[in-house]
Write a protein that binds this ligand. Structure first.
Ligand code: 13P
Length: 259
């Protein structure tokens, strides 16, 4: 165990469901109803991130339930002539507390670069939304031995804009692109190695890294969650496919609470 992992800081586990572009009013009602019934107690913080049009449905349905709601994206701009965009203050106005930023699907399919991602993280924090900053390498980058340097570059893009103190308020999700939606999860050891390296990198930049929660994402299921959560630097999960099923998401939350 390295020095940072051994510091006595309790980081409450966090499990975030990223629904991506899935759902309908009827399907969401069934999913939210099931999640509500299953969200009893446990030392774990739960968040679901539906598509924009369903945020209000989720917020209303989960009122009084210990499951917070987040968005999957936001604009870096405050307001104005930006057709199709959604601002941070609109999200907080609705009752969102979280927002995913820089998901690899946004980076790869919609051209978001490190500069755009940093601006979005900043906009989220300005509006008191908790950003979940996604980082991760592609398969070819991993095979070229670049996994750590890519992740460090992505982190650096945010830390250099925010400064160390504000960067300490961000949750980081390590999502290796090759593990997303492929059923090919990183082994607990592979994930832990990158997580430890993320924490060490943040500390080297002056961030209070021992308190930053580091989530793993990429084919997390009820079957592999416990072994991931057993790692010293894995503080929760960002879950895609398995978060669309009541049992899948709830069992991952139970594993987090038990770890
Ligand atoms: P899967 O869990 O479906 O692999 O998706 C991971 C992810 O991209 C979460 O943001």
């Amino acid at each position: 165990m390295n020095d940072l992992a051994s510091v006595l800081v309790v980081r409450k586990k966090l499990v975030v469901g990223n629904w991506k572009m899935n759902g309908s009013l009827a399907r969401n009602a069934a999913l939210l109803g099931g999640l509500k019934a299953a969200a009893v107690g446990g030392e774990v913080e739960r968040v679901v991130c539906p598509p924009y049009p369903y945020l209000v449905q989720a917020i209303e349905s989960l009122a009084g339930v210990p499951i917070a709601v987040g968005a999957q994206n936001l604009s870096a701009i405050k307001e104005g002539a930006h057709t199709g965009e959604v601002s941070a203050s609109m999200l907080t106005d609705l009752g969102c507390r979280w927002v995913i930023v820089g998901h690899s699907e946004r980076r790869n399919l919609y051209g978001e670069d490190d500069v755009a991602v940093a601006a979005k993280v900043q906009a989220a924090l300005d509006a008191k939304l908790m950003p979940i900053l996604c980082v991760g390498e592609t398969l070819s980058q991993r095979e070229a031995g670049q996994a750590e340097s890519i992740v460090h570059r992505q982190l650096d893009g945010v830390v250099s804009v925010l400064g160390a103190e504000r960067a300490g308020a961000v949750v980081v999700a390590y999502e290796p692109v090759w593990a997303i939606g492929t059923g090919r999860t990183a082994s607990p050891e592979q994930a832990q190695a990158i997580h430890a390296s993320i924490r060490a990198f943040l500390a080297s930049r002056g961030v209070n890294a021992a308190e930053v929660r580091l989530l793993y994402g990429g084919s997390v299921t009820a079957a592999n969650a416990a072994s991931l959560f057993a790692q010293a630097d894995i503080d929760g999960a960002l879950v895609g496919g398995a978060s669309l099923q009541v049992e899948g998401f709830s069992e991952i939350c139970v594993a987090a609470a038990a770890s």
